[in-house]
Ligand binder design. Structure first.
Ligand code: PEP
Ligand code: MG
Length: 881
């Protein structure tokens, strides 16, 4: 018989897939002898079977739940129905991968109209007993009967306002009884249901609701945003309640063993006295820093520090711990590897290696390559800040970055604005899981309430979105779409700038500067390079981009797109002269001018890259891209080139193609105009010879694009080689050049063994290869690809992550064909996928030599390459270091 339920004593950390992260860690902490309230976990398998059976708990599940419930009652000496001690439990979800705020929690389950009185007698505190009951009604109504939390909150707020009290603690037992009775009316009115009085029924309905919540919309959106599978299901944890709301010697909190924003090795967290768990996470009351617990309850604090150290050592990673203190006794409710900013991730990983707790390889595996983007976020220019108008600087810096956008007060309005092309900042009192889509598309999120562990803070950090929380000086009126602060007002659409690194908010747009890489970042990158066998190059042609790439230690340039060098006016004019003219002398004159410009371009590049290899791709785009498109432009160009307007217009129309991406481009241009490529090859060699005079040995790798046939390549290679050899003779110098081709047509992949004969290297152009394999226009496909993904026709956008099945298989075929003929044949990738971690793993596995990506993606690619080498142990001898 399948085991659907496990007592905490029966599980362990490795059973995460079955017990969910929370359940597996509760079990592990129980095994470690830590103070964890008793309980059991219903498995993720049970969840998937429940969902598959049209939301029904099977007989097997029901009887196992009953057995484990009886066992829990025996172990705790408490009971749902009889006996002196009343058993109350929490019911909490917990998937294999943590999904903060996505799934649901119910506390105080087991209370009803009758036993609440018994609970009052047991605890000697009527206010406390009825407050627990009030909370149960609220959570149960929300999670199980789908009654919006705002119905309950609104009534509570109105009730408190009428009494002129602000704190829940000021409500008396009599007040709470009245609130409970109104809550029951809300059940009737909104859900047309009664609150179930039978604790057993409460439990079963709660379990079903948590299982069903796996498929609720916000969970679905969260998994899509984080590339998580929809298959896993959630476990349910049923655990004996401990109460943080039993007065001032009780409390509840969340703490990280290190600072999740900076990585500093110091306990970091918050707690609230006399409160239950959801009070901290929901951000309704602003919690106290954990350090103040040392004074408030020194013994509990010492115990917490001991446990935190032990858990961090045990898991060898920074922990995020939820705890409750009941009558001065500490209980642990959860531990997990803490979410952190990229900056903190680097700091923590390097510190753990220096503390001897992790090897370099283990530390590298802790980094999420995609989070590195966050680290490279810009910050505000200090000169610009000096003149900026401050809105407030009291907010908590929850997720770093510097962002500017227009203010919106609800997630739906923010989404609409983004669709109109605006950049937005979401301003809310606090966020809730319903806001998740709006949060993900915002440049920044600002909340007036909540601490560093509030929903907004946790989710924004996870998404890498800039975020400031707890901005108490902002009084936000969501209904009227405005906010006031001590010196002014903000209304919908106003432009503000948010500093997620120090918590300040300014009016207007502020200049930004790129981040300086920190020492820990450099250290990790050096380790990543040391442990990688795949090299990382950059796609770059401007001086700025090349300098950025070199600052990230790129192994060279994997793609110089020479057409990008033709957009300056005088170059464009000469290029146009070349295309338009039918006379050889005119063409030669134009090419002569362009040659001069190109030599200058390549000298600039080689002077920066020195001995590093540089792939220069000869002209690729369709010729008509260089032509004037409006009548006015044709008239102006006719004047400039001194040709008749009609003949120019005719030439333009001759060159215009219906399908330019499948048109007269790449090597096809050179078949028609070989001089174009010869001119470029000459410029490369002359520039290399010039820079070589400074004592370096430039490594130009000349690349011919869009080859699909053996003869195309052999003809061009021969012509270029001849031209270069003549030139080298003439100059009487030596240049170490090679000639290779891009592989970006399916046909080229299939005849790779033939192309090898005429190439020194291949570089896969995965942008065109994806376009040509799917027949998706790379410029238009975005319009329908999202629907393909949501309808599960495609798992991911193949222009962003390699389609292993189709495009990947072509790349692999070409690799095998090439290497079968020449085992050391040099292979790289220079399409966008060269910067995507998942794709990089594939390219590494099939044995490519390098990937090339835009300069800011180099660190991401470098970490991904190291992780792949570690995962597949291709650098075995270095891994133990
Ligand atoms: C490619 O096709 O992948 C490539 C790198 O070339 P481009 O994007 O310039 O067409
Ligand atoms: Mg291409």
């Amino acid at each position: 018989m399948t085991q659907y339920v496990y007592a905490f004593e029966e599980g362990q950390a490795t059973m995460r897939a079955l017990l969910g992260g929370k359940g597996a860690n509760l079990a592990e902490m129980t095994r470690l002898g830590l103070p964890v309230p008793s309980g059991f976990t219903i498995t993720t398998d049970a969840c998937m079977e429940y969902l598959a059976a049209n939301n029904t708990l099977t007989q097997d599940m029901l009887s196992q739940i009953e057995t484990y419930l009886e066992d829990l009652q025996l172990r705790t000496g408490k009971s749902f129905s009889t006996g002196d001690e009343l058993l109350l439990v929490s019911v909490r979800s917990g998937a294999a991968q943590s999904m903060p705020g996505m799934m649901d929690t119910i506390l105080n389950l087991g209370l009803n109209d009758v036993n609440v009185e018994r609970f009052k007698q047991m605890t000697g505190d009527g206010r406390f007993a009825y407050d627990c009951y009030r909370r149960l009604l609220q959570m149960f109504g929300n999670v199980v009967y789908d009654i919006s939390g705002s119905y309950f909150e609104r009534h509570l707020t109105t009730y408190k306002a009428a009494l002129k009290v602000t704190n829940d603690q000021e409500l008396t037992e009599a007040d709470l009884k009245k609130i409970i009775s109104t809550y029951k009316e809300i059940y009737q009115k909104v859900a047309k249901k009664e609150f179930p009085q039978d604790p057993q029924q409460q439990l079963l309905e709660a379990i079903e609701a948590v299982f069903s919540s796996w498929n609720n919309e916000r969970a679905f959106v969260y998994r899509n945003l984080n590339d998580m599978s929809h298959e896993g299901g959630t476990a349910v944890n049923v655990q004996e309640m401990v109460f943080g709301n039993r007065g001032d010697t009780s409390g509840t909190g969340v703490a990280f063993t290190r600072n999740p924003a900076t990585g500093e090795n110091k306990l970091f967290g918050e707690y609230l006295l006399n409160a239950q768990g959801e009070d901290v996470v929901a951000g309704i009351r602003t919690p106290l820093p954990i350090a103040t617990l040392e004074e408030a309850m020194p013994t509990v604090y010492d115990e917490f520090v001991r446990v935190a150290d032990l858990l961090e050592d045990h898991y060898q990673d920074m922990q995020d711990i939820e705890f409750t203190i009941e009558n001065s006794k500490l209980y642990l409710l959860q531990t997990r590897n803490g979410k952190r900013t990229a900056k903190a991730a680097f700091q923590i990983a390097v510190d753990l290696v220096n503390e001897g707790k992790l090897s370099k390889a283990e530390a590298l595996m802790q980094i999420d390559p995609k989070s590195i983007d966050q680290l490279l976020h810009p910050s505000f220019a200090s000169a610009a800040l000096a003149y900026a108008e401050l809105v407030t600087d009291v907010g908590l810096p929850a997720s770093p970055g510097a962002a500017t956008g227009q203010v919106y007060f609800d997630a739906a309005a923010a989404q609409e604005a983004v669709q109109r092309g605006e950049e937005v900042i979401l301003l809310r009192q606090e966020t809730s899981p319903e806001d998740i889509t709006g949060m993900s598309i915002s440049e920044a999120i600002v909340t007036s309430r909540g601490g560093m562990t509030s929903h907004a803070a946790v989710v924004a950090r996870g998404m890498g979105v800039c975020c400031v929380v707890g901005c108490e000086q902002l009084s936000i009126d969501e209904a009227n779409k405005c906010a006031s602060y001590p010196n002014g007002q903000l209304k919908e659409g106003d432009l503000i700038s948010v500093d997620g690194t120090n918590g300040a908010i300014y009016r207007g747009d502020i200049d930004k500067v790129p981040t300086e890489a920190e020492e820990t970042f450099q250290t990790m990158m050096a380790w990543a390079r040391e442990l990688s066998d795949l090299k990382i190059r950059m796609n770059a042609e401007t001086v700025n981009d090349i300098k950025t790439g070199l600052a990230f230690d790129a192994a060279g340039i994997g793609l110089v797109r020479t057409e990008h060098m033709f957009f300056k006016e005088e170059r464009l004019r000469e290029m146009r002269r070349f295309i338009i003219s039918n006379r050889q002398t005119e063409q030669d004159r134009a090419l002569g001018e362009i040659l001069g410009y190109q030599i200058e371009d390549f000298v600039n590049i080689f002077s920066l890259t020195k001995d590093k290899p540089v792939v220069i791709r000869l002209l690729d785009p369709p010729l008509h891209e260089f032509l004037p498109h409006t009548e006015q432009d044709v008239a102006t160009l006719a004047l400039q080139l001194d040709v008749a307007q009609e003949s120019l217009a005719r030439r333009v129309s001759e060159l215009t193609e219906v399908n330019p991406m499948l048109g007269h481009r790449g090597v096809r241009l050179a078949v028609s105009y070989p001089n174009l490529y010869l001119m470029q090859a000459e410029a490369i060699i002359r520039a290399a010879a010039t820079v070589n005079e400074t004592g370096v040995n430039v490594q130009p790798e000349i690349m011919i694009p869009l080859v699909g046939m053996k003869k195309e390549l052999s003809l061009l290679r021969e012509a270029i080689t001849q031209h270069i050899d003549d030139l080298l003779d003439e100059l009487n110098v030596q240049v170490d050049y090679t000639i290779g081709t891009m592989i970006e047509l399916p046909r080229a992949c299939l005849i790779a063994d033939e192309l090898v004969d005429d190439a020194d290297f291949f570089s896969f152009g995965t942008n065109d290869l994806t376009q040509m394999t799917f027949g998706f226009s790379r410029d238009d496909a975005a319009k329908y690809i999202n629907q393909y993904i949501s309808d599960e026709i495609l798992p991911l956008d193949p222009f962003q992550t390699l389609d292993v099945e189709g495009v990947g298989s072509l790349v692999k075929t070409a690799t095998e064909l090439a290497r079968a003929k020449q085992p050391d044949f040099k292979l790289g990738v220079c399409g966008e996928l060269g910067g995507d971690p998942q794709s990089i793993e594939f390219f590494h596995q099939i044995g490519l030599d390098y990937v090339s990506c835009s300069p800011y993606r180099i660190p991401i690619a470098q970490i991904a390459a190291a992780q792949s080498a570690i995962k597949y142990a291709t650098m075995k001898e270095k891994l133990e270091v």
